[in-house]
Design a protein around this ligand. Structure first.
Ligand SMILES: NC(=O)c1ccc[n+]([C@@H]2O[C@H](COP(=O)([O-])OP(=O)(O)OC[C@H]3O[C@@H](n4cnc5c(N)ncnc54)[C@H](OP(=O)(O)O)[C@@H]3O)[C@@H](O)[C@H]2O)c1
Length: 231
């Protein structure tokens, strides 16, 4: 039997990149996977549940969480992955861009956790994986807004671990280094000094396998933090 047979997983930001790879790998391990993003074509079925949802919008997240619960039940695995990357020096980052980075990378995971964690706690079990970044524990030039959000999401994760110890709900932060996804298209790292070339980056599947590793630990194991990057 596959490791996650019969489990229900929710993956945000599952239309491409790390989220899409994670949804595929979870499904390959036997989970039924709810995929959420702003652009997925909605599909409702016994084996497919694709939801269009902007995770920065509290009412959309609430509607999506209610729909997951009523159609498939309380998730066993929640992957809080949706996010966006804005790279610019501090002095060239507007406050509107800062707000947008906080919305995508901190408010979104907050709202998603608010919508799903109480039902998981009521069900006395489950795993929440938050996708952080190497920027959740390092400062890099050009990363002020993104790092502010990702350090914040690490703080949220650590608090959730502390508040839920003994409840059956577990939390893992997965912090990848540079990973070759469309998030890098606008940056064009291959043409810029000091950036990891795309060919040397992690692949989305590498991050997905770290997430599935967390999801396949026995329920008595609290795995706090996985950090991975290019060798
Ligand atoms: N790539 C890297 O080097 C790297 C490294 C460390 C951490 N990460 C983190 O990994 C996560 C995934 O990044 P990625 O590289 O896979 O990026 P990506 O290829 O750009 O994918 C981002 C995903 O998030 C979704 N998304 C963005 N904003 C959203 C919103 N407001 N509501 C719902 N969905 C939203 C996008 O879907 P729609 O456009 O369809 O909404 C897409 O599915 C992010 O949290 C990112 O910070 C990435």
């Amino acid at each position: 039997m596959s490791a996650l047979q019969g489990r229900i997983a929710v993956v945000t930001g599952a239309s491409r990149g790390i989220g899409a790879a994670t949804a595929s790998l979870l499904a390959r391990e036997g989970a039924r996977v709810v995929r959420m993003s702003r652009t997925l074509a909605p599909k409702h079925g016994k084996e497919t549940l694709d939801l269009r949802c902007d995770v920065t919008d509290a009412s959309q997240v609430r509607v999506a969480a209610d729909l997951v619960r009523s159609e498939w039940g309380t998730p066993d695995i929640l992957v809080n992955n949706a996010g966006a990357f804005h790279l610019a020096p501090f002095e060239e980052t507007s406050t509107a861009e800062f707000d947008a980075q906080l919305a995508a990378n901190l408010r979104g995971p907050w709202l998603v956790a608010k919508a799903f964690v109480p039902m998981m706690r009521a069900g006395k079990g489950g795993l929440v994986v938050t996708v952080g970044s190497v920027a959740d524990h390092n400062g890099f030039p050009g990363n002020a807004a993104y790092a502010a959000a990702k350090y914040g999401v690490r703080g949220l994760h650590e608090t959730l671990v502390a508040e839920h110890r003994g409840t059956g709900v577990r939390f893992t932060l997965v912090s990848p280094g540079p990973t070759d996804t469309a998030a890098w298209d606008a940056v064009d790292p291959d043409s810029r000094e000091g950036f990891t070339p795309r060919a040397k980056m992690l692949r989305p599947e590498d991050v997905a396998s770290a997430i599935v590793f967390a999801a396949t630990r026995p329920s008595h194991v609290q795995l706090d933090w996985l950090r991975l990057g290019p060798a």
